[in-house]
Write a protein that binds this ligand. Structure first.
Ligand SMILES: [Zn+2]
Length: 300
């Protein structure tokens, strides 16, 4: 009996699929009538669908696969973000370098004021000056009178374009008055004011460097500290901690950009510098966010 059971057990799969000869089928059927064990086994083989808990098994196998796929997607996004941010920073570095104003000291500027026969005033520069800014300044205690302040610089970008400041006509006041004085702001020398035309004021005067970038720097520092502290306090709340990290990256990026691009807080072109700082900070933010995303995906 035992030996027969072993033989039947081996034949059962073929028997269930009707892949045995009629003689073998008859023998197996005869044994199944006599042997309850083998009959039960044959019964199980005939109901494969009921026997295997198929849907749950495939779901269990698919879940890790889905996670791997999702992880791969995130990694791709992180790498794309990193590449974009790095490319942006590289382009920005070149752009920033090319457009940086190199202020021309007065003695190289060749700045001279001319008055035409019709009274129109202009200022001419040497070839060393590629760009200039002419700023009318109201004199506080003399509403009709005004002065002109001139800033002159060169930049790599201007040189590529072959740009020259040349001769610039000075703006008139709304009352068609000519300026009382014309000053050259020597930014290369801490903003010394040199009088090109008219009687210089008693105070002589210097251009004050704009210091608001310092205030922005410390505001960013305070924001970074606040976000960092909250991040530590809320470390158990994963969603809040993640959001706070992305918030924290913003002031950190700005601080990094400031430290790399500026020396201290003194700026004679603060508006331009601020735009440059924000652009550089955006690039740094992309790098920080990309690295963080990449590190999160590797944890799986
Ligand atoms: Zn049997």
């Amino acid at each position: 009996m035992k030996t027969e059971c072993c033989l039947v057990k081996d034949l059962l799969p073929l028997y269930a699929e009707n892949m045995v000869s009629d003689e073998t089928a008859a023998l197996v059927a005869e044994h199944l009538n006599e042997c309850a064990d083998c009959a039960a086994r044959a019964e199980r083989l005939r109901q494969p669908a009921a026997e295997i808990p198929a849907p749950e098994a495939t779901a269990d196998e698919a879940a890790p696969l889905r996670r791997v796929k999702k992880n791969l997607k995130k990694r791709k996004a992180a790498v794309a973000l990193l590449a974009a941010a790095a490319a942006f920073l590289a382009v920005f570095a070149v752009f920033s370098h090319l457009t940086r104003p190199n202020y021309v000291p007065f003695e190289n500027s060749g700045a001279a004021v001319h008055i035409a026969a019709n009274g129109v005033m202009s200022v001419s520069f040497s070839e060393a000056v590629t760009s200039c800014r002419v700023v009318p300044v109201q004199i506080p205690d003399a509403p009709e009178a005004y002065e002109i302040e001139i800033e002159a610089w060169s930049s790599g970008w201007d040189k590529i374009l072959g740009k020259k400041a040349g001769t610039v006509v000075l703006p008139e006041s709304p009352a068609k008055e000519q300026p009382q004085r014309v000053y050259y702001c020597d930014m290369a020398k801490q903003g010394d004011l040199l009088c090109l035309y008219g009687e210089p004021r008693d105070d002589g005067g210097i251009v004050l460097p704009r210091l608001f970038l310092g205030a922005y720097f410390f505001a960013a520092l305070a924001l970074a500290a606040a976000a960092g502290l909250l991040r530590v306090l809320l470390r158990r709340n994963e969603k809040a901690a993640t959001a706070l990290e992305y918030i924290l990256f913003a002031p950190l990026s700005y601080l990094a950009a400031h430290l790399v691009l500026l020396q201290g807080f003194v700026s004679y072109s603060a508006a331009r510098d601020f735009v440059m700082l924000c652009a550089a900070a955006a690039g740094v933010y992309g790098i920080l966010a990309g690295v963080r995303m990449l590190r999160k995906t590797e944890k799986y």
